[in-house]
Design a binder for this molecule. Sequence first.
Ligand SMILES: *Cc1c(COP(=O)(O)O)cnc(C)c1O
Length: 403
Amino acid sequence: MDFARHFQSQLDALKSEGNYRTFAELERRCGAFPRADRHGGPEVAEVTVWCSNDYLGMGQHPDVVAAMVKTVQACGTGAGGTRNIGGNTVQHRALEVELADLHGKDAALLFTSGYVSNWAALSTLGSRIPNAVIFSDEGNHASMIEGIRHSRADKVLWKHNDWRDLDRKLHATGDRPKIVAFESVYSMDGDIAPIREIVEVCEAHGALSYIDEVHAVGMYGPHGGGVTEERGLADRIDVIEGTLGKAFGCMGGYITGSTALVDFIRSFASGFIFTTAIPPAVAAAATTSIRHLKASGEERAAQRANVALLRKKLDRIGIPHLANESHIIPVMIGDPVKCRMISDILMQDWGIYVQPINYPTVPKGTERLRLTPGPHHTEADIDKLVTALGALWNRCAISHAVA
Ligand SMILES: *Cc1c(COP(=O)(O)O)cnc(C)c1O
């Protein structure tokens, strides 16, 4: 086989569809967020970032930075091993205690990322519960899909956010162990699941409920415990999964649940057992970030105000954006080439960085810009973005029709 030719032809196909991915090369500047330097162009240029998942800027919070620096200086860089062989530190344990408390659960377990936590937890549940069936919302994230696939358990897809469809499908399955996997905030449309109804359906069928709160932890609920905290439903869900890499501004993922369930995953999940633990300094920074957002609602309030303001200003000039209850503002373009072109022009002419979101992250024909206003964007930043989008809308002949 001519491997090189195969690789090149696959890449050429992506390019001709407009779906070839290029990364912006940023240099983040601590304390200046959402400003960053962009490399890779003719010269280094300052940009304002409008698509970060460091939703609240916690990755640059002085207390979080100080915790990481202090721990690196005290303990060094890496963990030095898996949790089982030399890599289990006081910082890991403290973080797990903090996470269990955040979600009102008995126990928590850390992973190297949110992706790994979903993959490892679902693949272990699906493979180690005999005869299990996993009911997966059709909008679920790739990490859950891959975990379910790897488990080799039977999988039933249910219509996105449609608890009646879930109910019917659970009913039709009969007397087998059932696991229901879904998300709270879906990150591309920004819609939020009808969690109460889903939980009630799970309870009626004795199903184990598993929720991904990756885009909600730190962001919703009086202590940042996610939408399940906001809606008073955390204690009715068996597994709450989250990340330390988005609103908490660090890196790593986790699950929380009962002592027995967490001990079961800890004891059987390959994706937990056979990999080096996250650095103690990262764990310490994450703990500091979680504690801060438990006590402070200031960042969440400022962020929400900016979301509302940006939406209002987009409405005023007729830029269509998907309505939802969350902090994510999808501006629909519906064409991969235009989406990339707009993103390029925003970067080059306006110093605005919004990554185009194309297939396979979203279905073809729903290409979009995904805006994530944070507490540190100023009104001048918002005005500049809206002005730029208004100018581009006319120049690129994009529909003003609401998606
Ligand atoms: C980002 C994401 C993950 C993965 O989390 P990481 O910590 O980035 O690996 C899991 N689920 C959803 C819904 C996500 O958007």
